[in-house]
Structure formats: structure tokens, C-alpha cells
Design a protein around this ligand. Structure first.
Ligand code: SF4
Length: 108
């Protein structure tokens, strides 16, 4: 198990990127089952720093990081969750846009 985390500056940069994406997507969370699966994966990962429950790869608190649908494991052990496929449902686009995509003649 690694006890070393990335530099403070790298952790801030990674966290800022995650926060911006999370906010842009409407702050979606994963389902409880998806969350448990992510935490199970982290619990067996050699990069987890168990004492602080931080990821040794990105420095994030895994119990928080795993809740956000827009985050992914930096070692590709669990992916982002596609919005609307199990996480919080959010509305993409406007009603006008949806009517165009459902009606091919609408764009003619
Ligand atoms: S986020 Fe990925 S690399 Fe970090 S502790 Fe969890 S499984 Fe390991």
C-alpha cells in the first residue's frame, strides 16, 4: 500500500477539475449500489491510504469522490457514470431541441 499522495498543488488541480465537471453536469450522484461497488473496489486497492481513506493516486477522499457520477478512478478501476443511466436524472437541452431530435421532419 502506498502512503504517498500527490503534491498539494496536484490535488487542488485535480479536485478543481472534478468540481467544475460535477457542477456543469448538475451535481449528479451515483446510485447507492454504484456507490457501494466503487467503495468495494477502493477497499481492495493497493493505492488506498486506509488511515485517511484517501486515494494514493489523486489524493481525493474516496468516500466523497465515489459519490459523484462525474468522477472516475485515476487507475481506471471504476468509470464515470453516464448521466441518466443510473445516476441522478438531469434534463439535457430544451424541449424545443428534443422535439427536433424526435421528429426528423422538424429539421427540414
Ligand atoms: S480511486 Fe481508484 S486508484 Fe484510488 S483508491 Fe479507489 S480504486 Fe484505487
Amino acid at each position: 500500500m502506498s502512503e504517498k499522495t500527490p503534491s498539494f498543488l496536484d490535488m487542488i488541480k485535480g479536485f478543481a477539475t472534478d468540481v467544475v465537471e460535477y457542477a456543469k453536469q448538475g451535481a449528479p450522484h451515483v446510485t447507492e449500489n454504484q456507490y457501494k461497488e466503487r467503495i468495494r473496489t477502493c477497499a481492495t486497492c493497493p493505492d488506498l491510504i486506509k488511515k485517511s481513506m484517501r486515494c494514493g493516486k489523486c489524493g481525493c477522499l474516496v468516500e466523497q469522490k465515489a459519490r459523484w457520477a462525474t468522477t472516475a478512478c485515476p487507475a481506471s478501476k471504476w468509470p464515470k457514470v453516464k448521466i441518466g443511466s443510473g445516476g441522478k436524472k438531469i434534463q439535457l437541452g430544451t424541449k424545443k431541441d428534443e422535439s427536433k431530435s424526435n421528429n426528423p421532419k422538424a429539421s427540414e
